[in-house]
Design a protein around this ligand. Structure first.
Ligand code: ATP
Length: 511
């Protein structure tokens, strides 16, 4: 995987109507994107898969849709007003703004790259006899470099833990880190930058009118804990799920839709009895990985990354990382959030947010295990894993998006072989049979081979061709996107055949 793949995916996404830069006619707005006609379909299908897996397949999980604006005290209680910050630094010459932690991480990555280079050189030199673990733990140069990394990490952690921003700047200067674009080392002081977007509420002026765009959907769930528990007569353990927009004023937003300032999250908060959280944490780690793997991306595309440094509210946390074109990066987080959020909301609202346990006859604040996935990152994972350029046996080439069939934006294309002899009418009758249940496209322009290529390029799993024989035998040819095998199928069996290929059911085969 490479940057090259990312570039190809970005231009393919624009060319075929998956993703456009926002406000494109005004040269775009950085880190904002619009989903086009195919992108909106793919996004809806991902949401549908998530909602089905989380809400419909679990009797004890329900879904809500909370508002983006929330009472400002919400964000005081959650800790976002005081602590949702990134350390920011500006370069005085280039006027470019960076995250200080990212500059330091990139510096460490360069040292790691040198270590890896030494290892691969040695591997070549020693051939089969090479013992990588031994080499890494005994080679002097590597040990020196590793010691450098450890020292940088320790200094950075100590500075951040004590909020000593001058020490962060000193570290950047000591390491002689330069502006990656211009090479200048003329830095401003480091300061904390709050990632929440602020705006003002209607008629109220001054500080009391300040309101935030939510930086996560989770708080909309916590403040509704009692409403849902009581109105839905929910018994612990139970979950509340939600899909919605979140906003973060990221200092550097880059890598296409991986890091945006406006994005969408699919989150589920699972409320459990205190003391049972680690069992549920393990359960959800496994369940969520299974959800990803059911999509059939090739082996080794996912891995867990356990957090060593935990957020103040968590007693365990892990990411599911995906092998994006830029390497393994966070796609989803699973966090054991203790009773932090509900207790904080109790404190700030003065309302009891407790569960009365009918078995033990006690009231307590439940603990929470959260699963939180970025919809846009899931979209990028799907697109980048699907993009393939294939050389065919006849010497020609095709670009095919092997999007998992249930997620594909267009499920079926119906193609009359020619534009006459009653074939278009017959093709439209076939289309009518399918369009209520599936997104189906009709295409009669150009030679059939070119039409197949167009459908391959947008990831349509099935093409149905209507030919002259169809008029007499009521059968059509179905072509499979991945195998390119063509088969004759009776129109009477078509709905079942299509459902078998593109229905969500196949993703739940072992549940
Ligand atoms: P990162 O470390 O990459 O900034 P995070 O740890 O801050 O992410 P969380 O707060 O755990 O992310 O948010 C949950 C999920 O929301 C992430 O796993 C990611 O998929 C998604 N997400 C977070 N920030 C963004 C963003 N700026 N753009 C797109 N998706 C995002």
């Amino acid at each position: 995987m490479s940057d090259d793949l990312l570039k190809k995916v970005i231009s393919h996404a624009k060319e075929y109507g998956f993703v456009f830069p926002s406000s494109d006619i005004y040269e775009g707005l950085s880190a904002a994107y619009d989903y086009g006609q195919l992108g909106a379909e793919l996004k809806n299908n991902i949401k549908d898969y998530w909602w089905t897996a989380m809400v419909r397949m679990h009797e004890n999980i329900v879904g809500i849709d909370a508002s983006i604006f929330m009472h400002p005290t919400t964000w005081k209680a959650s800790g976002h007003v005081d602590a949702f910050n990134d350390p920011l630094i500006d370069n005085k010459d280039s006027k470019k703004r960076y995250r200080a932690d990212v500059l330091i991480e990139d510096h460490i990555a360069k040292i790691e790259a040198k270590i890896n280079k030494d290892v691969s050189k040695a591997a070549k030199r020693f051939g089969d006899a090479f013992d990588e673990v031994q080499f890494r733990t005994t080679n002097g140069r590597i040990l020196d470099r590793q010691a450098q990394i450890d020292s940088i990490n320790n200094k950075f952690k100590a500075a951040m833990d004590t909020e000593d921003l001058a020490a962060v700047k000193a570290l950047i200067e000591d390491l002689e880190i330069a502006d990656p674009d211009t090479g200048s080392r003329n830095w401003t002081d480091v300061r904390q930058f709050n990632l929440m977007f602020k705006t003002e509420l209607g008629a109220v002026s001054g500080d009391s009118g300040i309101i935030y765009l939510r930086p996560e959907t989770a708080q909309g769930i916590f403040v509704n804990f009692l409403n849902v528990q009581k109105s839905g007569r929910m018994k612990l353990p139970f979950g509340i799920a939600q899909i919605g927009k979140a906003f973060r004023n990221e200092i550097i937003a880059r890598q296409f839709i991986f890091r945006m300032r406006e994005f969408e999250q699919m989150e589920m908060q699972f409320f459990v009895k205190p003391g049972t959280q680690s069992k549920w944490y393990e359960y959800w780690k496994e369940a969520r990985l299974k959800w990803h793997k059911a999509l059939g991306f090739s082996d080794g595309m996912h891995r867990f990354h356990d957090h060593i440094k935990l957020a103040h509210y968590a007693d365990a946390a892990a990411d599911i990382e995906f092998n994006f074109p830029m390497g393994f990066k966070e796609l989803e987080g699973i966090h054991s959030r203790t009773d932090f959020d509900l207790s904080q909301h109790e404190k700030h609202s003065g309302r009891k947010l407790r569960y009365f346990d009918p078995e033990t006859q006690e009231s307590y604040v439940p603990f929470v295990v959260e699963t939180s996935i970025g919809l846009d990152r899931m979209f990028l994972a799907t697109l980048s894993a699907a993009y393939k350029e294939e050389a065919l046996e006849d010497g020609s080439k095709r670009t095919v998006m092997s999007i998992p069939a249930p997620l594909a934006p267009v499920k079926v294309a119906v193609l009359p072989l020619v534009k006459k002899d009653g074939l278009p009418e017959k093709a439209r009758a076939v289309l009518k049979l399918l369009k209520l249940n599936h997104n189906v496209q009709y295409d009669e322009k150009d030679a059939i081979g070119r039409r197949y290529r167009r459908q391959d390029a947008i990831g349509t799993p099935l093409c149905i061709t209507v030919d002259h024989d169809t008029l007499t035998d009521n059968s059509v040819t179905i072509r499979d996107r991945d195998t390119m095998i063509q088969e004759r199928v009776s129109i009477a069996d078509l709905a079942d055949r299509v459902e078998e290929k593109v229905g969500l059911e196949q993703l739940f085969s072992d549940t």
